[in-house]
Write a protein that binds this ligand. Structure first.
Ligand SMILES: [Zn+2]
Length: 207
């Protein structure tokens, strides 16, 4: 995980947002390979193992979003190519964060090649997706463990196109920014304006 992402994280428990406290172990450049994130509110601790922050162990809650009912992630490559996705995300200029939920994390390499200076955050990425200097990986079964309104764009993989995860996607998205769902039959939450549907994609903008 990129060390600067620390200030964008939140504890997955239901209490108010609060900055997590980082104790770094091994660092490689600006990436934290091992360490512990502590929550000052509920005192839970979340380990960083091989660069991946694991929010799943201590952060379970009954009312949370379950991914257990999700179908297995397809091994087939996504039909969406990076230039198409970049155009739909409507990103201009470097800086900030783009959040990729579930199998959408596979787009990080292609998008990073087209868009310099943006950091990508993968949530519950498939196991073959590896951390990169431009990609931080977070594991959490219950929510997107990021603060509200921090993302310049969010892409949701087809296996996460359910109302609870789409609600989470909208929570972390900045106003006026794009949400892309890799499921054209998705029913997005209130508060997002539909812009386009087709070719397996649903595209909207946060109002
Ligand atoms: Zn907490």
């Amino acid at each position: 995980m990129h060390i600067e992402l620390t200030e964008m994280l939140r504890c997955p428990e239901t209490h108010e947002e609060a900055f997590l406290v980082m104790s770094t172990g091994e660092m490689v450049g600006r990436m934290v390979r091992s360490g512990i994130l502590g929550c000052p509110v509920c005192r839970r601790e979340y380990p960083i193992v091989k660069g991946v922050v694991d929010f799943s162990g201590g952060g379970r809650r009954e009312a949370g979003v379950s991914s257990k009912a999700s179908p297995p992630v397809s091994r087939l490559p996504s039909p969406v190519d990076a230039p198409t996705l970049q155009a739909l995300l409507d990103l201009s200029g470097p800086g900030g964060y783009v959040v990729l939920v579930g199998s959408a994390a596979r787009h990080a390499i292609g998008l990073a090649a087209l868009m310099g200076g943006i950091h990508f955050v993968g949530i519950d990425a498939p196991s073959e997706v590896e951390e990169l200097p431009v990609l931080s990986l977070l594991a959490c079964e219950t929510m997107i463990p990021l603060r509200r309104a921090m993302a310049r764009a969010v892409v949701v993989g087809p296996e996460r196109a359910s109302p609870p995860w789409l609600g989470e996607a909208l929570r972390v998205l900045l106003r006026g920014r794009r949400l892309v769902i890799e499921d054209e039959g998705a029913r997005p939450p209130a508060g997002v304006k539909q812009l386009a549907v087709g070719q397996g994609l649903w595209v909207g903008e946060r109002g």
